[in-house]
Design a protein around this ligand. Structure first.
Ligand SMILES: [Zn+2]
Length: 170
């Protein structure tokens, strides 16, 4: 289930079970319906595909603490090496190498193809003359929606206008 904030901003992906609980408690409404109805022992309800929270929730500003995974880094960086644009052999690179005190957070990790990673090696960006195309930053919630659900259902697309930007072309 894609979860929208009260402002229609996509914020999360949740399980069907969780969505049903929110709907039954009137904490959410169905925005897009799925194709088949949901059946339980005693009732049939429309299967939600996109739900919207009835009350605005502050999206925690701790996205930087959301787990950094290879997939999330690649999705944020559009599945492109941030040094040469290649979409092959992606790895993750510390912009400031760990050996030079670089941190392992969103602002210091980028997608890099294996050849660029080898070329940059243990050097600072200025030493290697290799600078990321886009300064790395904390990703938007959309990135995590993509990582949680690599295949974006058609019903979600109107709510994720930039869905293709994060799609894994491989
Ligand atoms: Zn590269």
């Amino acid at each position: 289930m894609l979860v929208l904030n009260a402002t229609y901003e996509p914020i999360n992906v949740c399980t069907v079970r969780r969505a049903v609980v929110l709907l039954l408690k009137s904490k959410a409404e169905v925005i897009e319906q799925g194709e088949r109805p949901l059946r339980s022992e005693c009732e049939v309800m429309t299967r939600p595909a996109v739900i919207r929270l009835t009350h605005y929730v502050r999206v925690p500003r701790d996205t930087h603490r959301r787990k950094i995974t290879r997939r999330a880094v690649f999705a944020r960086d559009g599945w492109e090496c941030q040094y040469c644009g290649s979409r092959q052999q992606l790895t993750v690179d510390h912009v400031i190498p760990r050996s030079k005190g670089g941190s392992s957070d969103w602002t210091n990790i980028v997608a890099s193809c294996a050849p660029c990673n080898r070329r940059k090696s243990d050097h600072l960006p200025a030493q290697a003359n290799m600078h990321p195309r886009r300064p790395p930053r904390e990703p938007s919630p959309h990135v995590f929606i993509h990582v949680a659900s690599p295949r974006i259902p058609a019903a979600w697309r109107p709510w994720l206008p930039d869905a293709d930007a994060y799609a894994d072309a491989a």
